[in-house]
Write a protein that binds this ligand. Sequence first.
Ligand code: GLY
Ligand code: MN
Ligand code: MN
Length: 454
Amino acid sequence: MNTRIVSDPATGAAPGIEPAEFRDRRARLLASLTDNDVAIVSGASIRYRNRDTEYPFRQDSDFYYLTGFEEPDSVLVLAPGAEPGAAVLFCPERDPAREQWTGERLGPERAPQALGVDAAFAHSELDKILPRILDGRWCVHTVLGEYPKFDQRLIESASTARARGANVGGCEFRPLQRLLHEQRLFKSPAEQGLMAAAADITARAHIDAMRHCLPNLSETQLEAVLVHAFMQGGARAAAYPSIVAGGRNACVMHYVRNDSLLRDGDLVLIDAGCELQHYASDVTRTFPVNGVYTPRQRELYEVVLAGQAAALEAAVPGAHCTAPQDAADRVLTEGLIDLGLLAGGIDEALATGTYQRFTVHRCSHWLGIDVHDVGEYRRDGKWRALEPGMVLTIEPGLYIPDGPDFDDVDEAWRGMGIRIEDDVLIEESGNRVLTESVPKAVQDIEALMQGAHR
Ligand code: GLY
Ligand code: MN
Ligand code: MN
């Protein structure tokens, strides 16, 4: 098979997850199943963008987490004590004629050795073999709803098993999320290394974008700087559609058109992160197109920056996962009152939520193989505590759109959107900001941009 380039050309480091770690992840999941259980995880299939042109293939996150295997149309079955073995993979068959078009396939013959699964079969055998594995299994743990056609095949396999007299009892379907996503929430040292590497590539991309930014450049051209840096760093793709939003476009939360001109005197908000070997980074910076904040932009920016600092300070082990949000809300609300954008006192504003028209979104989410990563925020009806190994974003923002709903706000503030977002690993001793190297203090951003080409 081809050797894939996964190293960071800048450092020579080649972070990655070893096959043994994928085996260990499966073993941990298997250990939480009884002999009457089976866990079934479908990989992703190719999707079409238009006619016969495919979207770039991205493996299903749960499937990738458990296998490290990137081929489409594959299925992992984990069944303690099953006849072919506890970890069984179904994957595409070798087919030289087809491989001339698609590239080399691993094939079921080589999968046990390459991936450490106990047995592997052609995907075309799934409907024959799965009913046999389901014999004697009362409970199927799976993620329903993601791939409806696959869900249907599972249900049919269960009813085939029953029709053959298999001892499946009521064959109950349960969400796999509870078991698997709790596991994914805690990042191993190798995952932490990979996420730090993704964060470094993304940090360089944001710094490059600040250096290249000039009035009358288009948002598309600034996005090209990000894409270039991601790929130069060894990442194949962005973890989510990059947001490059000049001026009032920053008030649209998921602005991805990125096709306007960047105007002298405006801010530009960039929310972009690369995906490195399936792990996401997610960073936002908001800076002046011409390299110098206006006094008003600076005033609002400093409020968001102070809110983010408070949230970062609150993101420590033992704190509720809402502690960063609460800390940011207080500081942002105080700032809004000080700037005359909110009436009343702080306690009243916090209690009634009047500040939320300016904050719009929550200030944090888990980060991992998915940008909005899996894992429960509440357990047994309570917000859970932050623990070492969790990775989350801290991303407060303030948005003052230029629309009719905001015509009570002084015009001078309208059309501004500011967000500052970093990726944070919770450690025993506090936290580590993985994306710290992207400047965010006003003077640091201005110095960087002015040093670049002005
Ligand atoms: N880029 C998506 C987010 O910040 O949540
Ligand atoms: Mn983001
Ligand atoms: Mn985010």
